[in-house]
Write a protein that binds this ligand. Structure first.
Ligand code: AMP
Length: 116
């Protein structure tokens, strides 16, 4: 059983954080430390620690993360200019919070895909 992170408290609104979207599967809110002009996190409500822990039962949730990213990109007005979706996994992937989340990044030119 994975340990809860701050994201579970945000999802349950025990830590009041403005939500951009929430349904029975996923929740979205702005990154507390935005790296770009528009930086949103899309998080499954269910605690899944890393992408390595995903199962076939999670496929609906993972698909929902993409459709919510598309919807929020349009609402942010960055759908036509473009954006990037990132999910980090474990230490080499740069994961800091062990509750999977998709970064929606945009609002400016993002440059090369990787900085190592
Ligand atoms: P990752 O490195 O992929 O695990 O990304 C974790 C992200 O969560 C970072 O971009 C943090 O800025 C963000 N973050 C951490 N705590 C909070 C919080 N309380 N509210 C919103 N974003 C957070």
């Amino acid at each position: 059983m994975s340990e809860e992170t701050i994201f579970s408290k945000i999802i349950r609104q025990e830590i009041p954080t403005p939500l951009l979207y929430q349904d029975e599967l996923v929740t979205a809110f702005r990154d507390i430390s935005p790296r770009v002009d528009s930086h949103i996190l899309i998080v499954p409500n269910k605690l899944i620690a890393t992408i390595n822990d995903v199962t076939s039962e999670d496929e609906l949730t993972l698909g929902r993360m993409i459709t919510v990213a598309k919807k929020l990109a349009k609402e942010e007005g960055i759908d036509e200019s473009g954006y990037r979706l990132i999910i980090n996994c474990n230490s080499d992937g740069g994961q800091e919070v062990y509750h999977i989340h998709m970064h929606l990044l945009g609002g400016q030119h993002l440059g090369p895909m990787l900085s190592c």
